[in-house]
Design a binder for this molecule. Structure first.
Ligand code: FES
Length: 403
């Protein structure tokens, strides 16, 4: 991101990285007791560390969230980044606060992640008794619970085996990559290098459970049209865009999002025409397109009245679904003459999705692989030392099953 771009952002383009996935101030839930009344030490839980960007849970959290986001050198490298992050956060906070105010005063992402985690750990205890008990922890990148908070809790619980489970189905160095780099630094800070056996679920764009959960959400929306409307309805899969600079560096995200789309459409029997489009572009530089707003305008001009928009790269509601897709693009669609604009619901705590989460973790534990082979191949244009440091820290291996 260039300085020029930054100045233009400061001049007021829409939500610089609205992409900020929403968050919450953090309160710990009580840890499971590790000892019985007779002082028998119970087996420590198999930890499942859910990583995501997080988002401001209240309007007062917006500033710090933005400040942390713009300070992240895994997302953008700015000259005088410390100082500029402060300036941008201050400058952008009022308009981003307004957007969060529109969606109920804050991001629901912590609430949904907790609900997903609790339901997943319960299911895991049933379907994978050999690795029980399971306990979820949450590590957000830009708000509490931060990585350090989660690691402290894991330390207190005596965790010996931990699975890092990215909540981004499709891998990008800007999202999952940033979380893993921060995790590596956090483990170092917490002195947990040798105490815990780690492995990583770094992507799951085509997992059948994820595909099924998405397909069901789309089917439900399609069912709201009349038979005639449905025949002609189109499906717009919308994912957060990336600067072309990141795409051309070799980030795997666009290909993995496309793979998800392909599988979901196959599951739906390819009954409707569809396109993959990209949202949340900011600034004057080139981003991956077509943009969602341009696509809906183009299709409106072509006479398409019924469009189901699908947030294919998000697993829970946040500002990109509740504000951008529903409010902003919803209004644009109406203005353009799209009378049947419908947004497929986010996965949130849908039982089909929670089952998929539990299956993904179970399959990973059975495989006993430290991470996917794909994760160890850095982007061909990567010049970030932290990417290699993190991979060295979690070397590829087949693990001994200590769970
Ligand atoms: Fe992709 Fe470093 S930026 S591996």
């Amino acid at each position: 991101m260039s300085f020029q771009y930054l100045l233009r952002s400061l001049a007021g383009t829409r939500a610089v990285l609205k992409s900020a996935h929403p968050t919450t101030p953090f309160t710990w839930q009580p840890a499971r007791s590790l000892a019985t009344s007779t002082n028998t030490i119970k087996k420590p839980p198999t930890a499942v560390l859910l990583t995501n960007m997080g988002g401001p849970e209240t309007l007062d959290d917006v500033h710090d969230f933005l400040h942390n986001l713009f300070s992240d050198r895994d997302i953008m490298q700015l000259p005088w980044q410390k100082q500029l992050a402060k300036i941008i956060a201050k400058r952008r906070s009022p308009s981003i606060r307004e957007q969060y105010a529109e969606i109920g005063g804050g991001s629901p992402i912590l609430r949904w992640t907790r609900a997903q985690g609790q339901a997943m750990e319960k299911l895991l205890d049933e379907i994978s008794p050999e690795t029980a008990p399971h306990k979820h922890y949450i590590a957000f990148r830009y708000v509490e619970p931060y990585t350090d908070t989660a690691l402290q809790q894991m330390k207190e619980d005596g965790v010996k085996r931990a699975v890092v489970f990215t909540q981004y189905p499709q891998y990008s160095c800007s999202t999952t990559g940033s979380s893993l780099n921060e995790l590596q630094r956090g483990i170092d800070r917490a002195g947990l290098t040798d105490q815990i056996q780690w492995s990583i679920i770094d992507r799951w764009p085509t997992h059948p459970g994820f595909v099924e959960a998405m397909a069901v959400k789309i089917e439900r929306k399609l069912a709201e049209y009349t038979a005639e409307e449905r025949r002609d309805a189109i499906i717009l899969f919308s994912a957060h865009s990336l600067p072309m600079q990141v795409v051309n560096r070799g980030d795997p995200y666009p290909a993995e999002v496309a793979a998800s789309v392909q599988r979901v459409m196959e599951r739906l029997g390819n009954q409707n025409a569809y396109r993959l489009v990209w949202q949340s572009q900011v600034g004057p530089k080139a981003w991956l397109g077509p943009q969602t707003s341009d696509a809906l305008e183009g299709y409106a001009k072509a006479g398409k009245k019924n469009i189901v928009v699908v947030p294919i790269a998000f697993t829970s509601d946040h500002i990109e679904t509740l504000y951008e897709l529903d409010h902003e693009y919803g209004a644009e669609a109406k203005k353009a003459g799209v009378t049947g604009w419908k947004r497929a619901e986010a996965l949130n705590d849908d039982p089909v999705f929670v089952k998929a989460m539990a299956d993904i973790v179970k399959e990973h534990l059975q495989k006993n692989e430290s991470a996917s082979k794909q994760w160890y191949l850095r982007c061909p244009g990567c010049t970030t030392d932290a990417c290699q440091t993190t991979r060295d820290f979690f070397p590829y291996k087949i693990l001994d099953n200590k769970a």
